[in-house]
Design a protein around this ligand. Structure first.
Ligand code: SAH
Length: 604
């Protein structure tokens, strides 16, 4: 055995016996001497079995480290203990500093093992919910060893870069000014309603957990045993818990869906191009952009946390003391937009349930990635104009249900609105999808409608499509298409659903392949249900009725939709629903003939 001893620098976690690692326990057990600050020695006392104890006061860290090195050099196994992790404002660096000063070398000096522990940022976060999640940093407000100007710079930088911030050593009996100044710096960059968690003595006897806001945080007890966790612009409060979504919401759309980005969408790589499993050539999440609104449970375009918390609150029926007020007061564009769009809907200009509001979309696969990232410059703070750029707004536009002709003025307007930062995507859905950073969706939608464009949400909604009725020469069925568009278009659906109408038996716009197909022939409408247009087992819809009179067809389709909305599972495509329930609005499902087994070349 080496004549030299060993230094075990041990982080023992927050302070209870359950959150200490196995290695830390073993390392303590194998030590002969324990060196630590009084309080810490007391915390781990139950784990000791006769080791020699060297206790010191709080400020005697250097002498503690020196003593540890000295005893190790004498051949002892010495444990130096830190709460949390020894490498986070703990003893690890100091022990190495003392060693370096002595010219210590790894190959012939005392052996050193750093035993990692759960740091306060983690233990405190766990008690608050999931406030960290994304890019975060720790800042110690103690200017004992760091000049205050440096700390100020770090707070500034972290605030501006929208990091979640864990403040260690926020306040002591004498150091009271720092937290006040820190708050005022943060308020220059973040919404006053940004969720803030104050955790005192995590996993210790006098544990205290407070969920508050940036503007209100100083009205609570903050001391040396407190860690302060400041949310980023996406952070929200849900049922008393602080949650930071894993990524930034990149898009908003006019949408009538309940939850913006559903869990299954969020879990897809393409919804999170910044995730590790995403393609390497995409920009990783490197730069979380200030302010993009969150995705759960519903996003907002600005004052992100505020509106989101409001919606979380509405959905959960929970009293959220923090963020909602701004949104409720109507001070965020998102809430204004929601309200305004709701009004439009109620006024009949938007179809459906009058619940049209901002809603998030997963970024589309592929080409949009870059735009999404670039445009995600984010929303928070359009309310105050200082928290970032607006979020991407996404809508589908078309010149009409049957009318396929854009006027030059409409095209010019779209081009003008898209500008350099937006994009116009030509899609197979008889519409152009417009994506553009937008702080005032209400105004934007108004301009589009003023130019007589149909403006539709993107996502899991009912879409009404129709042929061009042979350039409107065979326009008998146009009123039915328009009626369906007004009544059903844009309504929330379990899954994106196409209702397609063709004006003659040629059905050249493919209505019989859609979820719900309607084909007009002189004398009546033929109805087709449950088409599947894509995939290896694509199949035409099942013809369920022929010659339905004009005065009945819309009611029938509305009944079908009502049944699907009521009984369809979330995410269940219409054809699957039809097959599962067997009968919809009186129409019985029949199995399509078995598909041909095909070797799929590009995916399934
Ligand atoms: N090495 C420790 C940090 C020591 S600095 C770690 O990794 O956690 C001391 C600061 O840590 C305190 O002022 C407080 O901000 C934070 N802290 C440590 N333990 C804590 C606990 N149990 N609960 C809350 N905050 C704690």
């Amino acid at each position: 055995m080496s004549p030299l001893g060993k230094l075990l620098v041990i982080g023992f976690g927050p302070g209870d016996m359950e959150h200490i690692t196995k290695r830390a326990l073993d390392a303590l057990a194998e030590s002969e001497v324990i060196i630590g600050y009084n309080t810490y020695v007391d915390l781990i006392r139950p784990l000791l079995n006769g080791q020699e104890i060297v206790r010191t006061g709080m400020t005697e860290e250097v002498s503690r480290a020196q003593e540890a090195v000295r005893q190790a050099e004498m051949g002892k196994k010495v444990a130096v203990i830190s709460s949390g992790d020894a490498g986070v404002y703990g003893m690890a660096g100091l022990v190495y500093e003392v060693l370096m000063q002595k010219g210590w070398r790894r190959e012939d000096g005392v052996e050193v093992e750093i035993v990692p522990g759960i740091s306060a940022i983690q233990s405190c976060a766990s008690l608050l919910g999931a406030p960290v999640m994304h890019d975060a940093c720790t800042i110690s407000l103690s200017d004992h060893l760091t000049p205050w100007e440096t700390i100020v710079k770090r707070v500034e930088a972290a605030a501006a870069a929208d990091f979640v911030i864990a403040l260690y050593n926020p306040r002591s009996g004498r150091r009271t000014r720092q937290i006040v100044e820190t708050q005022s710096i943060l308020l220059r960059h973040r919404d006053p309603h940004t969720p803030v968690g104050l955790v005192k003595s995590a996993y210790r006897e006098r544990q205290q957990v407070i969920v508050t806001t940036l503007e209100d945080m100083l009205n609570h007890d903050i001391g040396m045993l407190t860690t302060v966790i400041i949310g980023n612009s996406s952070t929200m409060v849900y049922d008393g818990l602080i949650v930071t979504p894993r990524g930034y919401q990149r898009k908003y759309t006019l949408d009538a869906s309940e939850q913006a980005l559903k869990p299954h969408q969020r879990l897809r790589t393409e919804a999170e191009p910044w995730s590790l499993s995403a393609q390497g050539d995409r920009p990783l999440a490197a730069a979380p952009q200030a302010g993009a609104a969150p995705s759960m449970p519903a996003p907002s375009a600005s004052g992100a946390a505020a509106t989101v918390a409001t919606q979380a609150c509405l959905q959960a029926g929970a009293a959220v003391p923090t963020a909602p007020s701004a949104a409720q007061a109507g001070s965020s564009p998102a809430s204004l937009a929601a309200e305004a769009l709701g009004r439009l809907a109620a006024g009949g200009r938007l179809p459906g349930e009058a619940n049209v509001r901002w809603s998030g979309q997963a970024p589309a696969v592929g080409a949009h990635g870059a735009t999404a990232v670039a445009g995600a410059g984010a929303a928070a703070g359009t309310a105050t104009g200082s928290f970032g750029k607006p979020a991407l707004f996404e809508v589908g536009v078309s010149p009409g249900v049957g009318n396929k002709k854009f006027t030059a003025r409409q095209m010019a307007l779209l081009a003008e609105i898209a500008g350099d930062d937006g994009e116009l995507e030509y899609t197979p859905d008889h519409q152009i999808v417009l994506r553009v950073p937008c702080a005032d969706p209400e105004e934007l939608v108004g301009r589009l409608r003023d130019e007589r464009l149909i403006v539709m949400p993107i996502g899991d909604v009912f879409k009404v499509k129709a042929c061009d009725f042979c350039n409107m020469e065979k326009d008998d069925a146009v009123p039915v298409a328009e009626h369906l568009q007004v009544v059903l278009g844009g309504l929330q659906a379990p899954k994106e659903t196409s209702i397609a109408l063709n004006g003659c038996g040629m059905a050249c716009y493919g209505a019989v392949l859609e979820d719900i197909g309607i084909v007009y022939r002189k004398g009546g409408y033929d109805l087709f249900l449950g088409g599947k247009k894509f995939g290896r087992n694509a199949h035409a819809a099942q013809p369920v009725a022929e010659g339905i009179p004009g005065e009945q067809i819309t009611d029938i389709v509305e009944n079908i939709i009502a049944e699907y909305k009521e009984k369809g599972h979330p995410n269940e495509r219409f054809h699957k629903f039809f097959k599962r329930v067997g009968v919809v609005a009186g129409y019985r499902h029949e199995d399509a003939p078995a598909g041909v087994e095909v070797n799929a070349v590009c995916g399934d």
